[in-house]
Unconditional design. Structure first.
Length: 652
């Protein structure tokens, strides 16, 4: 945390020594660590008593016993006083203070927005003892969960604290964690304003200076204001309404293909998948897989009659699954259905997809069947769509492309400890599901834009898998479009990840690899530099909120928010590499070195890495970053195989 302190230590106790003999004595006293004598006992005349102060002050946790050795002058004997016992616990509490930020109260009496916020404290027992804790606070703060618990060594417990806004104002208090008499107090703060007053305040400030703040909302996106000046309260209100009521998924999805029906299909399939897994009580995916296995066990000529019998039975879980896919495809107009599937009927299109998956399952070996089951378990309707369309592109895994994608997915997702991933609302799961839909669309369209998008996605997937496989990267975003304040469009990024280098430097990397394979995009790099500068200049609290919005747990978001941001870009040698380096150097100059850069140069003729350059970090650190992405000078880093597979498939 931000501080380390001893709480309740040292403990001092008084030991009384009485001379019950027949002569005066001079005594020497001693004790072994973690006990210490901190006062000197004078000579004791006959029948007199004296007091000695003993201090208990361990540096580590544990249960300690000891005694005081009382020596009599000139070696005339000794007495042992004891035993003494003491226990010390060692706790890590994150974060070291709890900030609820600003809560806005609506002026609309019919607005049912929540008037409270909740935050989590993580308490971890870093010692060797078992500790029992009680947690308490005072109004307007309250402990919602974790008010009393016992922590064995190395275990952790989350405590949920709520702030209920009683009225506008500033509120401070503390959360007290007590282990018997000693207690630790964690400061808590919150602010409350009426929405209209807050907007008026910001509007007034904008007449004096540029705004650099965040307006909290009850939607899925907060409003960030950076560089805004001379705005009115009504304009801010319109922006706030937009954030609370619009669908901001475009900010976390990959670049679109520019073909309306492909874009629509991606969005609709993802909507269907998310809706499916957010049903109360979940959805019985094993039952869906069981029906696919059942259909695979019958002759192909009997597929249609058995399929119809299953999907017309409303009590069958599989019919619900099919109807969700039909509902998604029905949102395409007839021209889109014809372009994608050669039919105007969404039900026929879904049947075609499922029949291809069933045929693939029937003819596959046990290993491939297991892989298919995993994909459907992971991604539901998106998984079925992906399996069917990838089989069109790479029949029966003939080129190895199918296995490459599946293995890469497994490497990225294995870092999650909670299963299934989609059930916990992971943004990363959604981004990977989106990538599967993009790859699946390669089989439905020969359009160059779709091919380009698929190639970018595939390259990013393989590199991200290398990063996850290393075990030292925390992957939390894949193929995203980041908003850039003051710029006309978003910044595309292949992967965002965090790690700590062997030098001890903790970094948060925003990486663009597509420049080296689908053409250098100077504007895209410009936008990424602006985004990273904006991110780096934000206060720790706002960076934490941004990371939380990407699905990171509070403890991870707080930790990574402290990491130094950097840009990694892969470009072809020559003018592209020179321009990329100059842009990064100029960007660092504008913000006083608030981020670093790594430029990976590729020789497109040899398809190999020829140079790795660090800007704002050492060459060794730059090479370590690249190496842990699977990239070294002279390496092919799977580029030749990937391009060969893709081009070979389309030439067929």
């Amino acid at each position: 945390g931000l501080r380390t302190e001893k709480v309740g230590l040292p403990i001092e106790k008084v030991l009384t020594v009485k001379n019950e003999g027949t002569t005066s004595v001079t005594l020497t006293l001693s004790a072994s660590a973690p006990y210490k004598i901190v006062s000197v006992l004078p000579t004791l005349p006959l029948g007199q008593s004296g007091q000695v102060t003993v201090r208990f002050d361990p540096n580590e946790s544990g249960s300690f016993t000891g005694s005081v050795q009382v020596g009599i002058q000139s070696g005339q004997g000794s007495v042992t006083a004891g035993p003494m016992t003491g226990v010390a616990h060692k706790l890590e509490i994150e974060p070291p203070q709890l900030g609820f930020g600003l809560l806005l109260l609506s002026d609309d009496p019919e607005d049912n927005s929540p008037t409270y916020k909740e935050r989590q404290l993580t308490v971890k027992n870093q010692g060797v003892t078992t500790v029992s804790l009680t947690v308490s606070t005072t109004e307007p703060f309250s402990v919602m969960s974790g008010s009393s618990f016992t922590l064995p060594a190395s275990e952790a417990q989350e405590v949920t604290v709520r702030f209920d806004a009683p009225a506008p104002g500033r509120f401070e208090g503390s959360v007290r964690l007590a282990a018997g008499q000693p207690n630790i107090e964690i400061p808590v703060k919150a602010s409350v304003m009426n929405e209209e007053d807050f907007l008026q305040l910001l509007a007034g400030l904008s007449q004096i200076q540029e705004l650099d703040t965040v307006i909290p909302t009850n939607g899925i996106a907060d409003v960030g204001l950076l560089g805004f000046k001379n705005v009115t309260a009504s304009e801010l209100r319109a922006l706030l309404d937009l954030a609370e009521n619009q669908n901001w998924d475009s900010l976390i999805e990959p670049d679109q293909t520019g073909i309306w029906w492909v874009d629509a299909l991606i969005g609709y399939l993802l909507d269907a998948a998310l809706g499916l897994f957010q049903r109360p009580g979940g959805f019985d995916i094993p039952a869906v897989v069981s029906v696919i296995q059942q259909l695979a066990g019958i002759p192909p000529e009997d597929f249609l009659s058995n399929y119809q019998a299953i999907v017309t039975n409303p009590a069958n879980v599989f019919s619900v699954f099919v109807n969700v896919m039909i509902s998604a495809l029905n949102r395409l107009n007839p021209d889109g259905l014809v372009a994608a599937f050669g039919t105007r009927n969404a039900g026929d299109a879904v049947r075609m997809l499922i029949e291809r998956v069933v045929n693939l399952y029937r003819e596959a070996g046990s290993s491939m069947q297991g892989t298919m089951t995993t994909i459907i378990n992971w991604f539901g309707p998106v998984g079925v769509f992906f399996l069917a369309t990838m089989d069109m592109l790479d029949p029966r895994n003939s080129s190895g492309l199918f296995s490459l994608v599946v293995d890469s997915l497994r490497d990225i997702l294995r870092e999650f400890s909670t299963y299934p991933w989609f059930a916990v609302g992971s943004q990363l799961w959604k981004q990977l599901a989106n990538a599967l839909t993009v790859l699946g669309n390669l089989a439905l369209s020969g359009n160059p834009e779709v091919v380009k998008q698929g190639l970018q996605t595939l390259i990013a997937l393989v590199i991200t898998a290398d990063m996850a496989r290393d075990g030292g990267w925390e992957i939390y975003a894949f193929r995203v479009k980041l908003p850039v304040l003051g710029a006309p469009g978003p910044a595309p990024v292949d992967v965002i990840a965090a790690t700590t280098l062997s030098t001890g430097r903790s970094i948060n990397v925003f990486a663009q690899f597509f420049h080296a394979f689908t053409g250098y995009d100077s504007v895209a790099l410009d936008r990424l530099i602006k985004h990273v500068i904006n991110y780096a200049k934000l206060e720790l609290y706002f960076r934490w909120q941004i990371l939380r919005g990407r699905g990171l747990p509070d403890s991870d978001a707080v930790r990574i928010a402290r990491y130094m941001p950097g840009i990694v870009v892969a470009v072809n040698i020559g003018a592209d590499a020179t321009d990329a380096k100059n842009k990064i150097i100029a960007g660092r100059g504008r913000c006083g070195g608030c981020f670093f850069g790594v430029v990976i140069e590729i020789d497109p003729d040899k398809e190999e890495v020829v140079s790795i350059t660090g800007i704002g970090i050492s060459e060794d650190e730059a090479r370590e970053i690249a190496r842990r992405m699977g990239i070294t000078v002279g390496s092919k880093w799977s580029v030749d195989q990937i391009i060969g597979w893709i081009m070979g498939l389309f030439m067929k």
